[in-house]
Design a protein around this ligand. Sequence first.
Ligand code: DGY
Length: 327
Amino acid sequence: MTGGTEKKSIYITRKIPQSGLSYLEDYCDCRLWDAEAEPVPREVLLKEVASVKGLYCMLSDRIDAEVIDAAPHLEVISTMAVGYDHIDIAAAARRGITVTNTPGVLTETTADLAFALMMAVSRRLIEANRAIYQGGWKTWAPLFMAGRDIFGASLGIIGLGRIGQAMARRARGFNMKVCYYSRTRREEVEAAEGIVYLPLDELLQYCDFISLHVPANEGTFQLIGIRELNLMKPTAVLINTARGSVVDEEALFAALISGQIHAAGLDVFAEEPISLDHPLLALPNVVALPHIGSASVETRTKMARIAAGDMVEVLAGRPPRFPVPGT
Ligand code: DGY
């Protein structure tokens, strides 16, 4: 490690932005699954973790008790993500392993994507783009590809963490009436951002657009199910850039097909990557994206570097900047 002592060994589960990798290589003895678009196979991961002190992983790697048990020397798991629902935090804590994540740096990029998705759905951008290439643009027509206005509409934000607040700031520029629901009421944010708290059911009944910004955990599992979808307006649009587990996808499919709600924009799914024959992908009123909320070069580079920084800190016996609570 630092100060001339021997470098500690780590395993990196994907090719990461170079600045993160270079930093790690300065301080650690790195082994790497050197592929960009292909996750490390489970059997390789289980074998590689057997000897390392640090595991640098992606949100697509399931770091469960089996992986943790297979890693007797592990001191730290750094995920290049803010969400850590892919890691068994309790199993890590039992072993005294520190887990770190990357909050903060991806806030604005993810809120940009959520807002872009809301606009794409409401103004039918993907459908309209496809129509050109499929020969569907015959003439200008009064209701051809007519969508719904965002300007002046109501937005319900569920989960008022960093990304939820960043979404609210964007909505202000579009003169939207912004409401939020969160387990803990944030009166200081209400005043600062000019937003209004509503109980969940009222928010669902009132808002034109509903955007999800809660973490995945037991309390948010299928937070949006049949009951909640039934409360929404038939003109409502649901945006999910949080986690797929927050929405009951079967119930969402039924609501979209029956006209119970108008449309959905989804960047996240219960199973990722989503299978091509998933029923949601066949619906014209769904815009689906491949979990790209934080995918800007700048942000992914920062995320890689932050995860690398904390990995090195923990291995050097210093506290990390972003420890996951409970580890
Ligand atoms: C995260 O980091 O958890 C985000 O979902 C990445 O886009």
